[in-house]
Design a protein around this ligand. Sequence first.
Ligand SMILES: [Zn+2]
Length: 92
Amino acid sequence: MVKKRISKNEVKIKMDEFFSGIGNKSSNEVKKIKKLVMSANIPLKEKRKLFCKKCLKPYKNPKIRIKRGMKVIICPSCGFMSHWKLRKLNGD
Ligand SMILES: [Zn+2]
């Protein structure tokens, strides 16, 4: 098997395509793209919030709670809770 080298830019395009339609993806596909993106040293940033950190399933209708300046997302599949700091609009 020939291993095809793909450029960082190509990975970025793939990543954007993938995440724009993440609702139909499986956890296995998330795992694959995550590996690819990480191997190219590209930060996932906000895209990390689109899938569960634990079971890697894309969030479809997650329960979201706001608690003390933190956004809590509860995975509908495994129940894992992700905490995200709420950012000010002008911050960063
Ligand atoms: Zn989960």
